[in-house]
Design a protein around this ligand. Structure first.
Ligand SMILES: N[C@@H](CCC(=O)N[C@@H](CS)C(=O)NCC(=O)O)C(=O)O
Length: 214
């Protein structure tokens, strides 16, 4: 059994879980994962026993339980400094943290009306999500234009900001959101990232994955 255990929700739906999972994958550390079946009685019971907030993700490191995807990311960045979860450059690091914090506390409409559903495609958008979609594309363009010669991700090399926006890339695919060329090529880079491919494949293979458009 590994020293690190990540409690997560369904890979198809749990957008907060995927952020922490991608950050943990990026460290290269060996870890165990356990899927809690959210929305079921056993899942509620497990959450009550094991999560201080009754939410996932929770990272267990020995006796220490760290909850909330952002806190987990910061903890991993501290214990695995060589993993480069945050950009090396201080200004870029501040912007990456700002973008993650904005993702964490904002984009309510996107979260409400465009829930992550990896397996589904061509879902109809409901609700007023236009401003959120526009703001996200503005952010992506701002970072990509500044770092376009350093690599395909928001800050050139992969960072925790890309983990924060990976579920958004998934939503844009599911809800068929039109993207400009800069954002399209960023989204494609995220979709080619091996850890994202691994998560998506697992989401498609989860129990209940027999309907193509649920
Ligand atoms: N801000 C938290 C949000 C965590 C959260 O809302 N998780 C959802 C799943 S994505 C959850 O556990 N919901 C409990 C439930 O559905 O019973 C974080 O970043 O970790």
């Amino acid at each position: 059994m590994a020293d690190l255990l990540l409690l997560i929700g369904s890979k198809n739906h749990s957008s907060w879980s995927v952020r922490a999972w991608l950050a943990l994958r990026q460290t290269g550390a060996v870890f165990d994962e356990e899927v809690i079946p959210l929305g079921t009685l056993p899942g509620q019971f497990a959450l009550a026993q094991r999560s201080p907030t009754r939410k996932v993700p929770v990272l267990m490191h020995g006796d220490l339980a760290i909850w909330d995807s952002l806190a987990i990311t910061e903890y991993l960045a501290e214990i695995f400094p060589e993993a480069g979860l945050w950009p090396r450059d201080r200004a870029a690091r501040a912007l990456a943290r700002s973008a993650c914090a904005e993702m964490h506390s904002g984009f309510d409409a996107l979260r409400t009306y465009m829930p992550m559903d990896v397996r589904a495609s061509k879902l109809e958008r409901t609700g007023d999500v236009g401003a959120d979609i526009k703001r996200i594309q503005t952010l992506w363009r701002q970072f990509r234009e500044r770092h376009e010669h350093e690599g395909p991700y928001l800050f050139g090399a992969w960072s925790a900001a890309d983990a924060a926006f990976a579920p958004v890339v998934s939503r844009f695919l599911t809800y068929d959101v039109e993207l400009d060329s800069v954002c399209r090529s960023y989204a494609d880079a995220v979709l080619r990232w091996p850890a994202v491919i691994e998560w998506f494949e697992a989401a498609r293979a989860e129990p209940g994955a027999d309907s193509s458009n649920e």
